[in-house]
Design a binder for this molecule. Structure first.
Ligand code: GDP
Length: 407
């Protein structure tokens, strides 16, 4: 891999440099940052180590043969935290001038959206030049910051060679890194054999309801039906004809709908609807919801295994309907190589028109991308005007998503 001169590897005597991943937020956020961090480690010639707690240890197989990516318990940083500095400290002291102060050996790189969101300068070459000199970076992020990597001039050429199709970054990295553990795999195969294998078509519906804009369950159900009928994922109900007995339906084509949600009401209502009614095409629609955890419990291992199982099952579907701004949905769509229909935000009992919108790219959205120009730090810039392989996300207008540009 070629690099800009200032980032080339030193001579062979150079010690390894490390990039340590730490967890924040839910599983979707974690998987997005793991993929972004892996790419960053490749670009900066660092060894990637992950700090998994008990809530993560049961999820994945080790991705690298004959080697472990788990942070060893005796890794020096965790013994001696006295010398830790933050990225902002270091940037302030060393950025732009020739500070004589030594750079630290360990540095916390906090790219969480709550930290300084759009305002960091991680996407600038001068930040990377500094970070390059620090042996151990401990990264904490809940963001899919891959578009920032594409903004960095010294990385862009390598990235373009690695990903000729810009909307496949998470698809390739995710499928390389994330292999379900035996426990998760057992749940996945069991569900698949029982409900998916014999269906003619599989449709995934991911319903993530954030508290801030909660519409009634029935409105969201109506929105899902309006979306799936409009885009011909599901047939219309034939309200004139009563449901047929299961024995009569044996040889008819069938659609299996996987509902992923924290709440049982969605699966229950959709299931009842298609059990009680026939469809105008006479297709049989069966609805399954593997779990309903009621609330997010990201520090619980079994809860995360269920979440991972559902993300993986959604990725096996032929088509997807997902919720706005949900990283859970992003991981499923990217692993599956799918451009989902994204549900629009519903208010009260009104079904949005249109009810859903097709994503232009299977890539996850970077919710809090940088705002500022590297050379003029007080000037904001819309990066989509500089990089034509980035666009604002359909579901988060200030976010950025990598897209494929047609030549
Ligand atoms: P986001 O908050 O939608 O961006 O997704 P995250 O995955 O980062 O965080 C939400 C967390 O809530 C998940 O990781 C799960 O722990 C839980 N969760 C949310 N939706 C579902 C779901 O449909 N099924 C399951 N099993 N868990 C869910």
């Amino acid at each position: 891999m070629t690099k800009d001169a200032k980032f080339t590897k030193n001579d062979a005597s150079t010690k390894c440099k490390y990039l340590v991943w730490t967890a924040s937020n839910g599983l979707g956020n974690r998987m997005l940052t793991l993929a972004a961090v892996f790419l960053y480690a490749i670009l900066t010639d660092r060894v990637l180590l992950v700090k998994f707690g008990d809530d993560m240890l049961g999820l994945f197989c080790e991705p690298f043969p004959h080697s472990s990516w788990l942070l060893p318990r005796d890794f020096p940083y965790w013994k001696d935290r006295k010398h830790i500095q933050t990225y902002e400290n270091v940037l302030m002291k060393h950025g732009g001038n020739n500070s004589k102060e030594l750079l630290p050996s360990f540095l916390i790189l906090n790219l969480q959206h709550t930290h300084d969101g759009h305002n960091n300068f991680f996407h600038c070459d001068y930040s990377q030049e500094l970070l390059h000199k620090v042996p151990v970076l401990i990264l904490s992020s809940d963001q899919y910051f891959v578009p920032s990597l594409f903004m960095i001039p010294s990385f862009r050429q390598d990235l373009s060679k690695m990903f000729p199709e810009k909307d496949t970054v998470f698809h390739h990295i995710g499928r390389y890194l994330f292999h379900p553990s035996n426990e998760a795999w057992e749940l996945i195969t069991k569900f698949h054999e029982t409900h998916f294998a014999k269906a003619n078509e599989r449709i995934g519906v991911q319903i993530r309801v954030f508290n801030t804009h909660k519409a009634p369950h029935q409105t969201i159900i109506n929105e899902i039906i309006a979306c799936s009928v409009k885009h011909k994922l599901l047939p219309e109900l034939d309200l004139q004809k009563p449901a047929e007995a299961a024995s009569v339906l044996k040889n008819q084509t069938s659609k299996a709908v996987l509902v992923a949600s924290l709440f049982s009401e969605y699966g229950d209502k959709l299931r009842a609807l298609y059990l009680r009614n026939t469809t105008v095409t006479n297709e049989v629609v069966r609805v399954y919801q593997p779990s309903h955890e009621e609330r997010q419990k990201s520090s619980n291992g079994m809860h995360n295994i269920k979440a991972w199982t559902e993300i993986y099952l959604l990725s096996l579907c032929d088509s997807l309907i997902t919720s706005r701004k949900s990283t859970f949905g992003y991981v499923a769509q990217s692993l599956g190589g799918l451009k989902p229909l994204i549900l629009q935000r519903a208010f009260g009992e009104t079904i949005p028109n249109p009810p859903c919108q097709r994503a232009r790219s299977m890539e996850p959205c970077f919710h809090y991308p940088p705002k500022y120009d590297c050379s003029r730090s007080n000037t904001t810039v819309d990066f989509t005007s500089l990089f034509h392989d980035m666009m604002h996300c359909e579901d988060v207008s200030s976010g950025l998503r990598m897209v494929n540009i047609k030549h």
